[in-house]
Design a protein around this ligand. Sequence first.
Ligand SMILES: Cc1ncc(COP(=O)(O)O)c(C=O)c1O
Length: 438
Amino acid sequence: MSTTHTSTGGQLALRGGTPIFTSPPAQQYPVFTQQARDRVLDLLDHGPMLGLSKASKVVAAAEEALARFHDVPWALCLNSGHASLHASLIGLEVAQGDEVINSPISWGASVSCILHAGAIPVFADVDPITGLLDPQSILERITPRTRAILVPHIFGQPANMTEICRIAADRGLAVVEDGSQAHGARHAGRRVGSFGDAAGFSCNGVKPVAAGEGGFMLARSDETYFRACISCQHAGGTDFPGRASEQGFPEELRPYVDSLIYSYRMSVLTAAVLPEQLGKLDQENDARNANYAVLKRELDGIGSVSFPTYPDGDECTIHMATMNFVEEHAGIDKATYIAALEAEGVPAFSYVRTPLHRLERLNPETKAPRVAWTDNLRRAGVDPRDVELPNCDRKVATSIELYFNYTTVDEDLMKRIASAFVKVEENLDELRAASTKA
Ligand SMILES: Cc1ncc(COP(=O)(O)O)c(C=O)c1O
């Protein structure tokens, strides 16, 4: 260990010592502005409590703010991240018989959206350090049935959209970004969500734009936007105009405007607070990044964990910090290391314990309760789990995460979190000895 770290001198909490934190090192999150509160109260007092399209002032304001922020022509408010990804695939007409290349390191909604669209997920490998999709592996997974690539910007890190979009353009494939963990992040100076043909984002309570439950889709073409609208949104009526009344609605879709829809519309309460939450995103991301920089500086020279690095022009939204455990240095296993941090009151954890391609419910012969995709997988005669992804295995084996919604700069808090890592580092010998005995 580097000599620059101040010794904590303490016995590990895991071995009966006093923990660094007796309550979790949290900051209030999310925080709502007074204006957001006023908007909610105004809606509760005066309504309208239904917003079916841009004819609703709150829906229009949220969608305009989202489209402007991401510099894309269309944003569609929806009720979850899952719905926004499903709507993206619907907007791109991804359906039965199609394959969608995706990542094993994400939240399951970036797979279940593909299954719900009737398509087959095909898993590509990732970078072993970041867990982001590896463009070379994507290339290797392309078949004549491939229709789209679904790219999660996991742990707030932007994926290599330059390469992925180039591959997609060369092969005529659609690209869907999952920005649910990376609102505001940039690749090559550009916001994530603005590269793909469509993108889905979650706004649930722990996400970088946390607006209660909700999500939104971004689209780059009128066709993608309005196709998603007719299947995911209410057509409306005379009192409450729906999406078919919006400017630019294509006449050729009018015969198909009906009530055969997924009711994926956003609550007006979420839509009311969303522009305010978005308005402070960059400032909150700056604070996240400043805190992260302190943590990394304090942990410089700690051999048991290493942090990813990023190309120039890429900016993360560190709402969850990912790092990699160096077992060869620590001489103990990752579970023991995490347990020691947890005992110090630092809630370290492994975000992906089972990579998504290994989930039992993707087994075409599963005995799990039958759901929409069970028969589809069986009929397709493929087992999405049937693939070796060595870099994914490595990331899952080494990855350690910390929730990082620290949106107020607090150097002392970061130093205390870092001191838990230092304390564990100082006591590795004891942990090694205990592991050997066990
Ligand atoms: C990467 C990713 N995609 C999609 C989702 C789904 O979002 P929601 O919970 O709003 O459906 C999440 C949520 O945790 C996520 O982290």
